[in-house]
Write a protein that binds this ligand. Structure first.
Ligand SMILES: [Zn+2]
Length: 236
């Protein structure tokens, strides 16, 4: 019998392996997920399983609405509820990557948004990458993973941001979540986030009073890769 949701599970497996290969994840500090909105399911890494033992069969498939496991033997990632909240709130998102990549995590731990200082950042994120508020004690002791997701959504609503224009967030005192229209783009955005977090850190060391990139230059870079006027890369 063919494995249920095989293609989605294979893509999510590949994304989970890729975040290790690219150096974003060590030990088990991370997870990638993808959705099939037509079927109403999310596939995600199982909890606490070493990456070298991951297979498509080990990837867990859960119901997008209720969160119940619909395929897979293992328990899904402990961050599953955070992923589900983001998919439910952000309709255009098809893949999510959570890591503790070093520089993005440093900004998250500093509880600072990641300023947009240059064109590399603007190629992927149309402005600063937001940081959530700190969770309160009752929230940490309560439905912590779900409320972590709610804190991200709350910040995007407060700032009136389009999640696909700003496809990442820094969770205060924790680390980054990145996403995209599909799981492959989510991985790419997680890699880009770490690169620009490192570069912004060094830029502030060289010049503590550095100003954000000019609005017109930022928009030019973001819009040439995204949206109706995009012209970067090859026509498909
Ligand atoms: Zn984490």
């Amino acid at each position: 019998m063919t494995l249920p949701h095989l293609t989605l599970r294979e893509r999510v497996l590949e994304a989970n392996l890729e975040i290790v290969r690219t150096g974003l994840v060590v030990l088990t500090f991370g997870n990638a997920s993808g959705v099939d909105r037509d079927v109403g399911v999310m596939a995600i890494k199982p909890s606490g399983v070493a990456y070298e033992r991951l297979t498509a069969e080990a990837i867990v498939v859960v119901d997008l609405e209720g969160g119940a496991v619909v395929a897979g033997e293992a328990r899904p990632s402990s961050d599953t509820d955070t992923h589900l909240v983001l998919y439910r709130a952000f309709a255009g998102v098809g893949g999510i990557v959570h890591t503790h990549s070093p520089y993005a995590t440093a900004w998250a731990q500093a509880c600072r948004e990641l300023p947009c200082l240059g064109t590399t950042h603007a190629d992927h994120f149309d402005g600063p990458v937001p940081v959530t508020r700190r969770l309160e004690r009752g929230e940490i002791e309560g439905d912590y993973e779900r409320l972590t997701g709610e804190a991200i959504v709350e910040e995007f609503e407060r700032l009136a941001l389009d999640p696909l224009d700003r496809p990442a967030a820094l969770v205060a005192s924790h680390g980054p979540f990145a996403w995209g229209a599909d799981v492959e783009t989510a991985v790419e955005n997680a890699v880009a986030l770490e690169v620009v977090a490192a570069s912004a850190f060094r830029t502030e060391l060289l010049r503590p009073d550095v100003q954000p990139i000019a609005d017109d230059l930022r928009q030019r870079h973001f819009r040439r890769k995204h949206g109706p006027g995009a012209y970067y890369g090859q026509a498909t």
